[in-house]
Design a protein. Structure first.
Length: 297
């Protein structure tokens, strides 16, 4: 018999209360056939030579659990096993995430010195709507035709042509617009963009008001955040609402630029007064909700 704890039930999907003692066959419904001999050996007191990897089926994907057996004897002389487990799949997924982040950073630092030069054309520079820019989130080169970028790139180009040194550090894809009284804003990656790059993401949406709810002319605002799983790093955001909604996207743009997590964003010291914001700004409410989702996710 074995005792199932909360983490074990999460990994295996075994339906058992925390204190339930269940049979070894129920505990390992998807174990390899040759595991039986090793379990019997451990119960007889002969430890296996090292960790034994056992595959489990969790929800819709296969997970690999690395398990070490430890034989136990209770006061009545009954024998059992203690299973010390490590989620190998989880560890490998985290390693992939870290490797991807390192590669993105290397890409950023590799591209910045040539940020407004034409590749394979020595002495030729380009700026404005005709060029690709570095996406600081994905590490890819993207075409984002905005006057803000063109102006900065022109300044960088002129500085270098004049004998100085300057670089264009990339973009995060921030944009605002207005349709009648409705303000719309976005920055960073959308869900489809995250899938294309390979990020594991989650998204949260909150509804709030642009001012304190009791203040005259408080208008509705909706904030959506896209966040990297496990790390909680902000990947993108969208805002839609009435007067005072769109420019809140600048908070998210600065957070993206500095690779902030939603935990950090939720603690930002933003300005507050009833004519301008609720006590908890809608962006902070969304960040707090996203942080909770990362912790429980």
């Amino acid at each position: 018999m074995v005792t199932a704890n909360a983490r074990y039930r999460e990994l295996t999907g075994v339906d058992a209360a925390a204190a339930d003692r269940i049979s070894i066959y129920d505990a390992f419904p998807n174990a390899l056939a040759d595991l039986t001999e090793q379990i019997d050996s451990a119960l007889r007191g002969a430890m296996p030579p090292g960790p034994v990897r056992i595959p489990f089926q969790q929800r819709d994907r296969r997970r690999l659990i690395e398990t070490t057996f430890v034989p136990l004897t209770d006061e009545s002389g009954g024998r059992g096993l203690l299973f010390a487990g490590n989620d190998v799949t989880e560890r490998e997924e985290l390693r992939e995430t870290l490797s991807r982040s390192v590669a993105q950073l290397e890409s950023i630092f590799d591209v910045i010195p040539d940020s407004v030069r034409v590749f394979d054309s020595e002495g030729v520079w380009a700026a404005g709507d005709c060029v690709e820019s570095l996406d600081r989130i994905s590490g890819n080169r993207v075409h984002v035709a905005l006057g803000t970028h063109a102006n900065k790139q022109g300044r960088v180009l002129g500085t270098n042509l004049g004998g100085g040194y300057a670089t264009f550090s990339g973009v995060v894809g921030t944009a605002v617009s207005k349709v009648c009284e409705l303000e719309i804003a976005r920055t960073g990656l959308r869900e489809a963009d995250c899938d294309a790059v390979g990020f594991r993401w989650l998204a949260v949406t909150v509804d709030s008001t642009t001012r304190a709810g009791y203040y005259p002319d408080a208008a509705p605002i909706t904030v959506k955040l896209v966040v990297e799983q496990r790390t909680g790093r902000l990947l993108g955001g969208q805002i839609v609402g009435r007067e005072g909604a769109a420019k809140r996207v600048d908070i998210l743009a600065v957070a993206l630029w500095n690779r902030m997590t939603v935990e950090e964003i939720a603690l930002l010291d933003l300005g507050y007064a009833p004519p301008f914001s609720p006590v908890w700004d809608p962006v902070l409410i969304a960040a707090r909700k996203a942080a909770d989702a990362v912790r429980t996710g």
